[in-house]
Design a protein around this ligand. Structure first.
Ligand code: KIV
Length: 289
């Protein structure tokens, strides 16, 4: 069990402190994200386009998600690690959904799972109840739910009709039912600020917004967008670094050093008499004379 638990998250929420979440998909980034002090790391199915080279989240498989989640869970000491159930790995049958969700805790070492719910989504609300009863904490996700992109007609911001609309009423009802079913947090994605505010006020679980404005209980961003790593720069996001530039510069310098003979130098070589029989990989990081 990590330092952060659903109980400590609840204490923070009750104290009125904002909750933080970032995505990560591999161990080196997860280690840094964890050390940076986030409360939760989501091993999102946004790995589809940010890590695995797919066009969107739909092709991500259960095995890929489990592998990414395992890497993150092994690297994170403090943050609560949440595995994201990929498209159609839940919902077809209750039995298979429970088995698939359970693998994130049993095999990958996650602390919780996340799943998306459509407006009024009976199937997933029933699934949340079952998972929570069995000891699998669940993070809900409503609003712009990317796994339903085809059904929604694209990445359409939800709630443009306003906070008093029938759409907002249904979203509030869905959020309440998810809270009653036992979600420990609820992601609100791509929702106009007044509607996200209304949902947040209506439920007694922390809401975690992405593109949902200021009046939520916490925020989540995709790590690639935060780091400037192959991202496009979305209005909902904020870029804090330019890893594309840093990596491109490093690779160009390496190529130029090898081509010019500036690397490797005497410092980088092994003398037969000094290497103590170790191989190059085993003591890669060691300082040697
Ligand atoms: O997959 C993901 O990264 C997500 C977040 C954007 C909430 O679902």
């Amino acid at each position: 069990m990590t330092g952060t638990t659903i109980r400590t998250l609840r204490e923070k929420y009750d104290a009125g402190e904002p909750l933080t979440m970032l995505t990560a998909y591999d161990a080196p980034i997860a280690r840094l994200v964890d050390e940076g002090g986030v409360d939760m790391i989501l091993v999102g199915d946004s790995a589809g386009h940010n890590h695995l080279g797919y066009g969107d989240t739909l092709p991500v498989t259960l095995e890929e998600a489990l592998s990414n989640t395992g890497a993150v869970a092994r690297a994170a000491d403090d943050a609560l690690v949440i595995g994201d159930l990929p498209f159609l790995t839940y919902g077809a049958s209750l039995e298979q959904s429970v088995e698939n969700a359970g693998r994130f805790l049993k095999e990958a070492g996650a602390d919780a799972v996340k799943l998306e719910t459509a407006p009024g989504g009976e199937t997933t609300i029933e699934l949340v109840e079952r998972l929570v009863e069995l000891g699998i904490p669940v993070q809900g996700h409503v609003g712009l739910t990317p796994q339903r992109m085809n059904e929604m007609g694209g990445a359409v911001i939800q709630g443009r009709e306003g906070p008093e609309s029938a759409f907002a009423d249904e979203l509030v009802d869905t959020a309440r039912r998810l809270a009653d079913a036992g979600v420990f947090t609820l992601v609100l994605e791509g929702i106009t600020e007044p509607v996200a505010k209304r949902v947040t006020e209506a439920v007694d679980v922390p809401t975690i917004g992405i593109g949902a404005g200021r009046y939520v209980d916490g925020q989540v961003l995709v790590i690639n967008d935060v780091l400037g790593l192959g991202g496009e720069g979305y209005r909902l996001s904020k870029q804090y670094a330019d890893l594309d530039g840093v990596i491109a510069g490093a690779v160009e310098s390496y190529v130029s050093d090898v081509e010019s003979g500036a690397f490797p130098t005497e410092e980088n070589i092994y003398e037969p008499i000094d290497d103590g029989g170790t191989d190059a990989g085993a003591d890669r990081g060691a300082d040697e004379d």
